[in-house]
Design a protein around this ligand. Structure first.
Ligand code: GLP
Length: 249
């Protein structure tokens, strides 16, 4: 097994450890008078990490004044104020509760006109580069083996782009959208190469229904059939799992 795993009794404990690592990185960068560039994820997996970061902001003076964030993905098309948007999710769970400067928040824009998406994605990559690259990337994993929305077939060299969502991904999202027919068919996502360039990667997976994909990701052959397997080649990636997600390892 090439990826380093850490297995915890439960996701609450695990999420705190991850949040503390992020807080430590922010504080270290603050002391060096540098920005801290975080790649952030949505979905249910990171919610408790954000909760702990908010608690540290409120109770332990953790400041996000030097933090620049880039979110992995957004549905397309999707308006910002839609409750299913990742824009809404991030503000609800994190940004509304911390002292991050609004100009330092970057989330792919689900309202960009279709013919401007390619340029928009090139600019998103450039913005990450100009910020100094990602210091830390938080990830969840979809049952298809996607990270961000890099569905099966995603190339190791892929950058930020528009992608067609896998059927399984849309089925998994259908309860959030009150039915499959309401789930967007596409999304804008950072690419595999965008994620792989992050200096540090932490992937979170909780629960029995992630056990199969976690096994295939960690123990399987590296292939674009399961884009998360590319993480096996990252020099500083850790999978943080609860016992159920790790149960088939
Ligand atoms: C969505 C997101 C992914 C996320 C995945 C798993 O597809 N685009 O970034 O990892 O869902 O979601 P959850 O954490 O709710 O299991």
């Amino acid at each position: 097994e090439k990826i380093h795993n850490e297995i915890f009794d439960n996701s609450v404990e695990a999420s705190k450890i991850v949040a503390w690592e992020i807080a430590e990185l922010i504080r270290t960068k603050q002391k060096e008078k540098k920005n801290c560039v975080l790649g952030l994820a949505t979905g249910s997996s990171p919610i408790k990490v954000y909760e702990e970061l908010v608690r540290m902001h409120k109770e332990e003076n953790l400041s996000f004044s030097n933090v620049i964030t880039f979110n992995l993905d957004e549905y397309y098309p999707m308006s910002r104020d839609n409750k299913q948007s990742y824009h809404f999710f991030m503000h609800q769970h994190l940004f509304n509760h911390i002292d991050i400067h609004p100009d330092n928040i970057n989330i792919p824009n689900g309202t960009i006109p279709f013919d401007e998406i390619n340029q928009y994605c090139i600019d998103y990559e450039m913005k990450i580069k100009n910020a100094g690259g990602l210091d830390f990337q938080l990830l969840g994993i979809g049952r298809t083996g996607h990270v961000g929305f890099n569905e099966p077939g995603s190339h190791i060299n892929s950058g930020t782009r528009i992608i067609t969502l896998d059927h399984i991904t849309r089925v998994d999202a259908s309860s959030d959208f009150n039915g499959l027919e309401n789930v967007p068919k596409r999304a804008i996502t950072m690419g595999v190469s965008t994620i792989m360039r992050s200096k540090r990667i932490v992937l979170l997976a909780w629960g029995q229904n992630k056990a199969e994909i976690i096994k295939r990701t960690i123990q399987g052959e590296i292939s674009s059939d399961i884009p998360a397997t590319f993480l096996q080649n990252h020099p500083n990636a850790t999978f943080v799992l609860d016992k159920s997600a790790a149960s088939l390892l």
